[in-house]
Ligand binder design. Structure first.
Ligand code: TXA
Ligand code: MG
Length: 320
């Protein structure tokens, strides 16, 4: 099935909002590039984003908001972060801030991290849609993994039309370059990705230097160990449970094993992806040794297996 491409209109926005509310995927125009959007709070919808893009890893996603108030429900904004948000939003600045307690965002959207990326796009249709849904939208660029970022609805359709539910056509993107990503790390600013807003402009508003990742305590997105590393020891591809272990199943557990938790009793990889980080957190709180059932290394299973291998490697430098 190919997704309909609807020019932006009140009716199209209504339809898009209905798709998002029911866990579907909508390609949306922004001022930078088209985004592949879903309800950030819905873990299975977020898992579908990764599956649609064919991303081999869980890279944290940017949450798009329509107001500062919505931003503050999901992130903890220091005075410095607020100053940048007030100066550049709506606009192509993504701020990385600590995740708010009880943020209505699935753990998968921020890839299990204690931080969250937030931006308010400078695009009327995107803002209108977020207001209609009244919750943050998780959206990476609407392209297949490793392919070019889309700046028209036609680019999106060419790559993804059989993998999403609706494409909102808002014409060509004004900027065509992704947002600048700035991590607010205490009283320091680190540019994690150069983008549509110049580093010097951010430094000017902040009245302080914007560091490169090498200078900051935070490592670049490509290098930092950006995933929550459990304290517990993980044993992968487990077909039995040993003394002192908790068991994380996928589908039917091995004979005689009573699973502590199950990523998906029906063996569904999308459901498993949406449960992965939350279940690892829970098991980590409950024990020191976790045995994990094998999962198929295909489709979104590739990203799940990648994450598990990294988590099992513990502190070893795994180079995300
Ligand atoms: O202009 C844009 O930013 C576009 C439009 C659609 O808004 N979005 C976009 O998303 O470029 P994406 O997923 O292609 O890139 C987001 C990047 C991730 O690759 C990751 O490196 C970084 O943002 N990121 C997200 N959350 C992060 C976090 N908590 N810590 C560090 N980096 C994070
Ligand atoms: Mg991208």
């Amino acid at each position: 099935v190919t997704a309909p491409v609807l020019p932006v209109s009140p009716e199209a926005l209504d339809q898009a909002a209905a798709v998002i509310r029911t866990g579907g995927l909508v390609a949306i125009p922004t001022e930078t590039v088209y985004g592949l959007a879903a309800d950030a709070a819905n873990g299975e919808a977020v898992a579908r984003i990764y599956a649609a893009k064919g991303r081999p890893r869980f890279n944290p996603l940017i949450c798009h908001v329509s107001s500062l108030e919505m931003a503050r429900r999901i992130g903890v904004f220091s005075p410095l972060a607020l100053r940048l948000a007030e100066a550049f939003w709506p606009g192509p600045l993504s701020l990385i801030a600590p995740r708010a307690a009880d943020a209505p965002v699935s753990a998968l959207a921020s890839a299990g991290l204690p931080t969250i990326a937030v931006r308010m796009p400078d695009h009327e249709a995107a803002l209108d849609l977020i207001r209609r849904v009244d919750r943050p939208l998780a959206a990476p660029s609407a392209n297949l993994s490793e392919q070019l970022s889309p700046t028209t609805a036609q680019h999106v359709a060419a790559q993804l039309s059989d993998r999403l539910d609706l494409i909102l056509d808002g014409g060509p993107c004004r900027s065509g370059v992704e947002s600048t990503i700035i991590a607010v790390d205490g009283d320091r600013l680190v540019q994690l990705r150069p983008g549509a807003i110049a580093r010097a402009d951010i430094a000017g508003v902040a009245e302080q230097q914007v560091m490169s990742p090498e200078e900051g305590a935070i490592r670049a997105p490509g290098m930092m160990q950006r995933h929550y590393a459990p304290r517990a020891q993980l044993r992968l591809d487990a077909s039995d449970v040993r003394e002192g272990e908790l068991f994380l199943a996928f589908g039917d557990p091995p004979r005689g094993v009573a699973p502590t938790l199950n990523l998906s009793t029906r063996g569904d990889l999308i459901e498993a992806a949406s449960n992965l980080f939350a279940m690892l957190h829970e098991l980590d709180a409950r024990g020191t040794h976790i045995a994990i059932a094998p999962l198929p290394d295909e489709g979104i299973g590739e990203a799940i297996c990648d994450r598990l291998k990294r988590a099992a490697a513990r502190s070893a430098e795994v180079g995300v």
